[in-house]
Design a protein around this ligand. Structure first.
Ligand code: SF4
Length: 65
C-alpha cells in the first residue's frame, strides 16, 4: 500500500497546512510555535493511503509512495 510522504524541500511549513485537516485518521501532525511551524509529519502506522492530503496540499509537497 502507498503511504504519504511529505517532501521537506517543497513544503512551505504553513501553520495552516490543510493536509492536517483532511486526513481522516489524524496521521498528520505539526508542531506550531509562535514564530513558525515545523514540516508536518506523517505517522506511517496511522496512514491508510487514501491520498486526500496529497490532493489538497497547495505546494504539491506530498507524494504517495
Ligand atoms: S494518505 Fe490519507 S491517511 Fe495517509 S496521511 Fe494522507 S490523508 Fe492521512
Amino acid at each position: 500500500m502507498k503511504k504519504a510522504y511529505i517532501d521537506p524541500n517543497i513544503c512551505d511549513r504553513s501553520p495552516f497546512c490543510p493536509a492536517k485537516r483532511v486526513c481522516p485518521t489524524g496521521a498528520i501532525t505539526q508542531e506550531v510555535k509562535l514564530f513558525g511551524a515545523s514540516t508536518p509529519k506523517v505517522d506511517q502506522n496511522k496512514c491508510i493511503g487514501c491520498g486526500k492530503c496529497a490532493q489538497i496540499c497547495p505546494q504539491r509537497a506530498i507524494k504517495m509512495i
